[in-house]
Design a protein around this ligand. Structure first.
Ligand code: CP
Ligand code: NVA
Length: 336
């Protein structure tokens, strides 16, 4: 039986099978091609889409907006000061109102519980655009980028280095375990993912044949196809800079680390935003306070021929479009 994602929310990749993830990646590639040809889509025609964000965003926000418009949908951005969510009105009541007026809801915020409640009470598909725990739409874009580069996912050697217990690391682990990607998480033990996630991931890996390894040693990047990192301090954890800098300095992605991988074909990925140069106010303040030259990645690697970070950023839009079209769109209208 073919994959059918009609009416489905995307709260975490744990709820999706490898066939369903593959289906979304193929649909995203098709929609990307269609956009390249300049074809205005109609598969989301008449669909009102709420984009409810408690945290700031560049890529995810504009991806939902542009993706919706490209396919004829009508996106409405609702920032944290625009609604009474959680302050004057419960998440459940907000969900019931939004569900009556909108056909789908994108949510970015703190607690995973909020996105779960929105899905449960709105009665319409809800797409997780990042919570403290997961970032599933990010990983779809990451996998599309890897697939475009190497042509396949199963058997790819993927190294994530840095804060191993954040939303991106969790979702990459889950996605890799499902897709048969050999995933090595390299981080100090203090920043390894929680055991609940590790256990879930091990079960998935047994089914797919993915090898999942945890290491404290940056040398574990040897012969990897992908090196991936993320910021050392995620949104909402700003008080942790001192602690993270101390723990993570040996895990910086720099030219030395790229050399350790010893693979000319490797690519560097980062979900972005990134502190890789001296052109951000927050980054500059931290560099000065701690006497740093760089944080999670050096400018040299970020700007190098290994880097695919802007292909990856563009792919956020194509994959988010696929998620919306698959769950609320008219698939017959997706022609190429
Ligand atoms: N990668 C990502 O989610 O970027 P934004 O925070 O800009 O949405
Ligand atoms: N881990 C980062 C990802 C940003 C896209 C954060 O949560 O801030």
């Amino acid at each position: 039986m073919g994959v059918n994602l009609k009416g489905r929310s995307l709260l975490t990749l744990l709820d999706y099978s490898s066939e369903e993830i593959n289906y979304l990646l193929e649909l995203a590639a098709k929609l990307k091609e269609k956009k390249r040809k300049g074809i205005q889509g109609t598969s989301l025609k008449g669909k009102n889409i709420a984009i409810l964000f408690e945290k700031t965003s560049t890529r995810t926000r504009v991806s939902f907006v542009v993706a919706a418009r490209d396919e004829g949908g009508m996106p409405e951005f609702l920032g944290k000061n625009d609604l009474q969510l959680g302050d004057k009105e419960s998440v459940k009541d907000t969900a019931r109102v939004l569900g009556r007026l909108f056909d789908g809801i994108a949510f970015r915020g703190f607690e995973q519980k909020t996105v779960e409640l929105l899905a449960e009470y709105s009665g319409v598909p809800v797409w997780n655009g990042l919570t403290d725990q997961y970032h599933p739409t990010q990983v779809l874009a990451d996998f599309l980028t890897v697939k475009e580069e190497f042509g396949y996912l199963e058997g790819i050697k993927f190294a994530y280095i840095g804060d191993g217990r954040n939303n991106v690391a969790n979702s990459l682990l889950i996605g890799s375990a499902k897709m048969g990607i050999h995933f090595t998480l390299i981080a100090p033990k203090e920043l390894w993912p929680e055991s609940r996630i590790v256990n879930l991931v091990k079960e998935e890996a047994e089914k797919s044949g993915a090898k999942i390894n945890f290491s404290t040693d940056p040398d574990a990047v040897y012969k990897t196809d992908v090196i991936y990192t993320d910021v050392w301090v995620s949104m909402g954890e700003e008080a942790k800079f001192a602690e993270r800098i101390k723990l993570l300095q040996p895990y910086q992605v720099n030219t030395n680390l790229i050399k350790k991988a010893d693979n000319d074909k490797l690519i560097f990925l980062h979900c972005l935003p990134s502190f890789h140069n001296r052109e951000t106010t927050i980054g500059e303040k931290i560099y000065q306070e701690y006497g740093l030259e760089a944080m999670e990645v050096t400018d040299e690697v970020f700007e190098s021929g290994y880097s695919r970070v802007f292909e990856e950023a563009e792919n956020r839009m194509h994959t988010i479009k696929a998620v919306m079209v698959a769950s609320i769109g008219d698939l017959n209208a997706v022609q190429d």
